[in-house]
Design a protein around this ligand. Structure first.
Ligand SMILES: [Zn+2]
Length: 347
């Protein structure tokens, strides 16, 4: 290895050491689908987490259409149950409910899961359930996925056509109660009207856990420059998604992922940029072709970035940030520092 190469590798090592924080991963639904098996975390995920120095993961409860409406609550509880059982079976993982628990997990080298909820379907229309999920450890909530539910409307996977309506009265109650309890409010997926309304009725720093910018992928599920600026004014953090980087497969590259980071940082500063990889290929490849086609018809065909497909590739991101001229303190903010600020404020 040449001297220059070696020093870049050392710089990557140093930057990775403090850990990578990914605020959106569809882990609980996968654990649920594999509920007849044991040690799934250990056998299928731990080596990738370790290779990528991943230290905190937002583990998102999500209920697929086929379980709704009858089984939303049941499946959500089962997803959480599987996450608890799997973490209890391993020394490497821990579910965290507070900032101090996250910090002590990081200090002891354990991977911290923060349970999040993508779409409030499990609550039905019962605000009391929110308290129950809080007690179980849910610490971030996005009101909707792409669907409409009892809280509001999701942003469509098209440049226009989302509902013009904001939140329902129940949606507003959920948002207020989240802020009162200390559940981070996540604006990922919500339609533009709902996005603005949530900001108008909250005071703490918002997050968009996993999204891309409309400048490069113009769908209402992503966020516009105006929305990015609204997040900036409120000192929020936006996690950059790896699967909606471009409508075109050939443009779905690690360099273009960095373009999304640069675009947000250019508009509102580096303090607003985090990671929400939304790695999905591990689920997608388990699906039969019919189901992949169904996703394409309902939403979109995801394009996976060749060298950013799973957590073991986090090091490639750090290398690319260095190549693109980011300074160490900027890279540290993107990889973890900005999310840690949000955890300190909320949890
Ligand atoms: Zn999502």
């Amino acid at each position: 290895m040449t001297g220059i190469k070696q020093s870049i590798e050392e710089r990557i090592d140093r930057l990775q050491t403090g850990g990578i924080i990914d605020m959106h991963f569809d882990l609980p639904m996968d654990l649920y689908e594999k509920r007849q098996r044991r040690d799934v975390l250990e056998t299928e995920f731990s080596s990738e987490f370790e290779a990528g120095n991943v230290s905190v993961v937002g583990a998102a409860i999500y209920i697929e259409d086929r379980y709704l409406p009858q089984n939303g609550l049941r499946v959500a509880l089962d997803q959480i149950a599987r996450l608890y059982a799997e973490t209890a079976a391993s020394e490497r993982f821990v579910i965290c409910k507070s900032f101090s628990e996250i910090q002590s997990a990081r200090e002891t080298g354990k991977l911290a899961f923060l349970i999040t909820m993508e779409g409030i379907e499990p609550l039905g229309t019962d605000l009391n359930q929110l308290r129950v999920f809080y007690e179980l450890g849910v610490r971030a909530i996005g009101l909707t996925h792409a669907r409409t539910n009892s809280a509001g409307h999701g942003g469509v996977f098209a440049a226009s056509g989302s509902s013009a309506e904001g939140l329902t009265p129940f949606g507003r109650e959920v948002v207020r109660e989240c802020e009162a309890l200390g559940i981070i409010i996540d604006l990922a997926h919500i339609n533009p009207a709902g996005f603005e309304e949530i900001l108008s009725i909250t005071t703490r720093s918002p997050i968009v856990s996993h999204t891309n910018v409309r400048r490069y992928y113009d769908i209402e599920r992503n966020i516009s420059d105006e929305q990015i600026k609204m997040i900036g004014v409120r000192r929020g953090v936006i996690g950059v998604n790896s699967i909606l980087v471009s409508l075109r497969e050939e443009e779905s590259t690690l360099d273009h992922y960095i373009d999304h980071i640069e675009h947000i940082a250019g508009l509102i500063g580096i303090d607003a940029v985090g990671i929400g990889f939304d790695f999905f290929e591990f689920i997608y490849r388990q699906w039969p072709e019919s189901r992949q086609k169904e996703l394409a018809a309902k939403l979109t065909t995801p394009h996976f970035i060749p060298d950013l497909r799973n957590h073991s590739h986090a090091r490639n991101l750090t290398r690319k940030l260095i190549e693109r001229g980011f300074r160490d303190e900027q890279i540290e903010k993107i990889l973890r520092g900005n999310w840690i600020r949000i955890f300190r404020e909320w949890l």
